[in-house]
Design a binder for this molecule. Structure first.
Ligand code: MN
Length: 195
């Protein structure tokens, strides 16, 4: 009987060892990679919008007070010698800035996603990567993302030595929805006839 008992003990120890090895393998092979993937997913959640330029941090309060929704800002050029500030501005879906104007004018160079631009008294325009918007000095306008898409543009501050921005009223939900609906309709008519 002692022999049988020893054999059972040995069997139990062997099982425990197998169980330990199984747990170690399970943790290493399954749980750790899951945790890593989860960490990456969380890290990428704010930056998974694919674009060429850095997304940067959340728009500072001095500007975000004039936006509806979340926007991000990354400086692209700040050369004092060249005197032209270029920023990459990223808008989450539905995000737009208030009606506003720039005394020096502004250039928007669209780089990713789908957005909207509207000048006071004109229909809204759909913006796609590669589109350029030349905003005349003093023209009242707003820009932002489409309701269902992230959007990025480079914003070039023109005549920066004398430029002054004037911020006006927000683009309310009704104005924004109407702009999106009309710009999307205008966009869909671009499809060549017969296709
Ligand atoms: Mn502007």
């Amino acid at each position: 009987m002692p022999t049988a008992s020893a054999a059972v003990n040995l069997q139990c120890r062997t099982k425990r060892r197998h169980m330990k090895r199984f747990l170690a393998t399970f943790v290493a092979a399954v749980l750790l990679p899951c945790a890593t993937v989860k960490a990456q997913t969380m890290k990428e959640r704010t930056t998974d919008f694919e674009q060429i330029f850095p997304q940067g941090g959340k728009l500072p309060e001095q500007f975000s007070q004039y936006f509806i929704g979340q926007a991000y800002l990354a400086p692209v050029s700040r050369s004092a010698e060249l005197g032209t500030n270029i920023s990459n501005v990223t808008f989450e879906p539905g995000c737009r800035n208030n009606w506003h104007s720039h005394t020096g004018g502004q250039l928007l160079i669209c780089t990713a996603g789908r957005g909207l631009y509207q000048e006071k008294g004109s229909p809204a325009r759909e913006l796609r990567p590669g589109d350029v918007v030349e905003i005349a000095p003093g023209a009242v306008h707003w820009h932002g993302a489409a309701p269902d898409s992230w959007f990025s543009h480079l914003a070039v501050e023109c005549n920066p030595a004398s430029n002054v921005d004037t911020w006006l009223e927000p683009v309310d939900d009704g104005q924004y929805a109407a702009a999106a609906a009309s710009a999307l309709r205008a966009g869909s008519s671009d499809t060549p006839h017969g296709m």
